[in-house]
Design a protein around this ligand. Structure first.
Ligand code: HEM
Length: 450
């Protein structure tokens, strides 16, 4: 679906892609994406304000709350798609304002069809082991993915060529192309003089990585923000405390008129807020959007265990052991969520939402691996998430803008389900698809509900 970009590539191919992409995700490069994130956060805020002011026929509940009931999951995901479009390859999906853009629709349809039709039937299983089946008897999913690929290859392929021309033109003129998006950074890193020619990646790999960033970098961040807003609605005390901290950061001018430098200083202040940091960490711990992952053992190995395990030996005899043999080729389930929630590690309240836990972590937590604060949400090791800094910037910036303009209140009981990513569903309404309805109440109305 997304091609052999960094997420799917293996071995040398992965190493090459990761090396070229690392420069595109440097701290300096990430900072340059702050204004884009800020602009999209403002657009979402303005869109929600207009939805509230234009709303007619409010329900009694909406009137009582002084706001409207919105599916924050849908809206935030449209906004993060816009962010990754602009930050990723300087492209305006304009998804906040409408769902009509050709490329946006191609991605949306592709991801939705591929995911929603994973019903675990025999056909899916067969197609997984024998992909040729999809080509011989293309089902609905295969047709949609193929149609979407045609659009993506045409439009995104053209963007790659346009960017390359701009970079070459700048080079000829003796300057460096100033594009700040990931695609420009990827292309510049790929032609850097210190990169040996055999370490460069092809245009096709570049295109696959654009698809990969869109897939890996939009819904993951939007689901984190959705769950964060949901948790704030469920725990109003935490919401009030966080809002008080955020309102303490006063921008030097109205948000709509800040310069890029002013936005950068505002973000530095936001990034250092201690309670925001704890709320973000706790949300990422409690509801990691990537519920689990899978690895394959490339060689046989003996795996030590932290506590004795029961092993079945010859004649079904069960014995206690402190290690076991992992055969070559075995699939290993990496239980990210279970790892983050283990009460033996996190303490008896490990399943609760408690941002203050981060002030005094149990010793056992400090021994946990993890790219980000001893949690496995962004995985760990050489295949860990390359977009972690990007997503933290996006989450903190959006939460600042949204919480300083709106109050959020619970609307319907929401539960979580693992559908490739951990998505919200209204209880007993799973057939309506993933959604997270909340009352979104402008702060001015919150003080004096109708
Ligand atoms: C809250 C947001 C995010 C979460 C929770 C998250 C989580 C993860 C996890 C768990 C992995 C490892 C997957 C596996 O090996 O099975 C991963 C890999 C990856 N992520 Fe993220 N991610 C997030 C945001 C982003 C963003 C914003 C981008 C890009 C703009 C991104 C790009 C990638 C890429 C390219 C990989 C593959 C890395 C490799 O294999 O070398 N992610 N992410």
């Amino acid at each position: 679906m997304i091609g052999v970009g960094m997420l799917a590539a293996e071995g040398q191919m992965h190493k090459r892609q990761r090396r070229v992409a690392t420069a595109a995700f440097s701290i300096q490069q990430m900072r340059s994406l702050v204004p884009v994130t800020f602009q999209k956060g403002l657009e979402l805020k303005n869109k929600w304000l207009s939805l509230v002011s234009e709303a007619h026929d409010l329900s009694p509940d909406e009137k009582a709350h002084g706001g409207v009931k919105l599916d924050v999951c849908l809206w935030v995901s449209r906004a993060t798609f816009d962010v990754i479009g602009l930050a990723g390859f300087d492209y305006q999906f304009n998804a906040i304002h409408g769902q009509t853009n050709e490329l946006f629709m191609a991605y949306k349809e592709m991801f939705e069809t591929a995911i929603s039709q994973q019903n675990g039937g025999l056909w899916d299983l067969l197609a997984l082991y024998f992909p040729i089946i999809d080509r011989i008897w293309p089902g609905e999913r295969y047709r949609v993915v193929r149609k979407s690929h045609e659009v993506i290859n045409r439009v995104a392929g053209r963007l790659v060529q346009e960017k390359k021309s701009k970079i070459e033109e700048s080079e000829k003129a003796g300057s460096i192309y100033s594009g700040k998006d990931l695609l420009s950074a990827l292309l510049k890193s790929n032609i850097a003089v210190d990169l040996p020619p055999d370490q460069r990646i092809s245009d096709e790999d570049i295109l696959h990585n654009i698809n990969t960033f869109l897939f890996a970098g939009s819904d993951t961040s939007s689901l984190t923000m959705t769950w964060l807003l949901y948790l704030l609605a469920k725990y109003p005390d935490v919401q009030e405390r966080l809002r008080a901290e955020l309102l303490g950061v006063a921008p030097v001018a109205p948000l709509d008129s800040l310069t890029e430098d002013e936005i950068a200083s505002l973000y530095t202040a936001i990034a250092n807020l201690p309670y925001l940091e704890k709320v973000v960490k706790e949300t990422l711990r409690l509801i990691p959007p990537v519920h689990s992952s899978i690895r394959v053992a490339t060689q046989e190995d003996v795996i030590p265990t932290s506590t004795p395990v029961d092993l079945r030996g010859p004649g079904d005899k069960v014995e206690k052991a402190n290690s076991f043999v992992m055969p070559k080729g075995a699939c290993v389930h990496v239980p990210i969520e279970a790892f983050n929630l283990d009460r033996e590690v996190w303490g008896p309240d490990g399943w609760s939402f408690n941002p203050d836990r981060w002030d005094k972590l149990p010793e056992a937590v400090k021994a946990q691996p993890g790219l980000y604060n001893n949690i496995l949400t962004f995985s760990a090791g050489p295949r860990s998430c390359i977009g972690v800094k990007f997503s933290i910037i996006e989450i903190k910036m959006f939460i600042y803008i949204l919480l300083t303009h709106f109050k959020f209140a619970e609307a319907d009981p929401v539960g979580k389900a693992n559908v490739v990513l951990t998505r919200p569903y209204v209880m007993d309404k799973h057939k309506e698809g993933s959604q997270c309805p909340l009352f979104v109440i402008p702060l001015d109305n919150a003080a004096s509900p109708a």
